[in-house]
Design a protein around this ligand. Structure first.
Ligand SMILES: *Cc1c(COP(=O)(O)O)cnc(C)c1O
Length: 373
């Protein structure tokens, strides 16, 4: 055998769905940047909680280490029971994922195939088109609201999304609030959307930033769960709970939806440490409140500082701000990178005029402001 397999190339062996995909683009080589900038780095590219995990979660995770030689509970019973109690739903309506990313993928894999279409908004969360392609389904990408829209520039156009639903549509993916735009729609708009959507179309509302929301008129899609069995709500421990590295997400759906997902879900998809950390994080209301209040105050401060320097920020109900440069933003992004300030370039989202900046610690946010040209 040749050293590198002698001319062998598996590219053309990939199945049709995978052939159309590209590997995840992490934006930057973070390990290298961390070595280069050391403690002077400001990591504002991935919407993580700058306060980190709370003490209760840390203690629980440390305590769970000794169980690391055992497989985790494949049903995630303790975490699901805690979630069910907090959300006021039956345990049979909850599924756990290795991050909500896994659940978004699993939904398409279990419910759609090449004979179906999946609808999502232009500038919707990046996982939606990947899940669609991986299922071999056809993507229907609905144009976003215009960039000068009063409430939700570049956000979801629910009326257009409703109109784009076809006879072969199986899933609609919505993110509320949305990443990368930070924009949102209110309960009333979602209610009208759900009322107009056929029951055999699964409406997935990704609420990764739910805990940060304080906009009037927006609570949660869960309030519509009773009347709409086709509604699925996904949440995550990666953002406000500060556990992005642990990989835990969950969804609430009709019990029959969960039962279908359970057929394909990897049996041990959420590990021992993550289950313990998430359960403790859920109980730690004080840490969550601290995280949300810190984000609210810091986001208002950073927005004002950026605006006073002439940067245009989109409205945000999340832990990040989207800056619209109204010209190619890659020069700004590179300028910041050279100074150890990592933000998320948006070329991959077809938004090359914008950058997405996570709300960091005060030290990181000040580094950002100092590094601006
Ligand atoms: C960060 C994020 C997620 C969370 O992904 P995890 O896999 O749970 O870490 C999901 N949806 C959106 C819109 C996000 O921004």
């Amino acid at each position: 055998m040749g050293v590198a397999g002698g001319g062998f190339d598996a590219t053309h062996l990939a199945n049709a769905a995978t052939r159309g995909l590209r590997a995840y683009d992490p934006g930057h080589d973070l390990p290298t940047l961390r070595r280069r900038f050391g403690a002077r780095i400001a990591e504002l590219g991935s919407n993580e909680n700058p306060l980190g995990p709370g003490q209760l979660a840390l203690d629980a995770m440390r305590g769970a280490l000794k169980d690391g030689f055992r497989y985790p509970d494949p049903r995630g019973g303790a975490l699901k029971t805690a979630l069910a109690a907090q959300l006021g739903v039956g345990i049979e309506r909850i599924a756990l994922g290795n991050g909500s990313h896994e659940l978004l993928m699993l939904l398409a894999q279990c419910f759609a195939d090449a004979s179906h279409s999946i609808v999502h908004s232009q500038y919707g969360f990046a996982v939606f088109p990947i899940a669609t392609a991986a299922a071999g389904a056809q993507a229907v990408r609905v144009p976003a609201l215009p960039g000068d829209h009063a409430h939700a520039p570049l956000g979801h156009d629910l009326a257009a999304i409703a109109a784009a639903i076809r006879a072969d549509t199986r899933i609609v993916y919505l993110a509320n609030p949305n990443n990368p735009t930070g924009t949102w729609f209110d309960d009333e708009a979602l209610g009208a959307f759900l009322a107009s959507t056929p029951r055999d179309v699964l409406v997935v509302v990704d609420e990764a930033y739910h805990e940060y929301v304080d906009a009037p008129g927006l609570t949660t899609a869960l309030r519509f769960a009773g009347g709409h069995p086709n509604l699925i709500v996904t949440r995550t421990f990666s953002k406000a709970h500060g556990l992005a590295g642990l990989r835990v997400g969950h969804l609430v759906a009709h019990a029959s939806v969960v039962a279908v997902l359970e057929r394909l879900r990897e049996s041990f998809n959420v590990n021992v440490i993550a289950l313990a950390g998430a359960e403790a994080a859920l109980a730690d209301r004080a840490h969550l409140q601290r995280s949300v209040e810190f984000n609210r105050d810091e986001r208002a401060w950073l927005r004002a500082e950026l605006q006073s320097r002439g940067y245009r920020c989109l409205p945000s109900q999340t832990n990040f701000l989207m800056i619209d440069m109204q010209r190619d933003a890659s020069a700004l992004e590179r300028h910041l990178l050279e100074r150890g300030v990592i933000v998320r370039p948006m070329g991959g989202y077809d938004l090359p005029q914008t950058v997405r900046i996570s709300i960091g610690s005060r030290v990181e946010n000040e580094r950002l402001l100092q590094a601006l040209p």
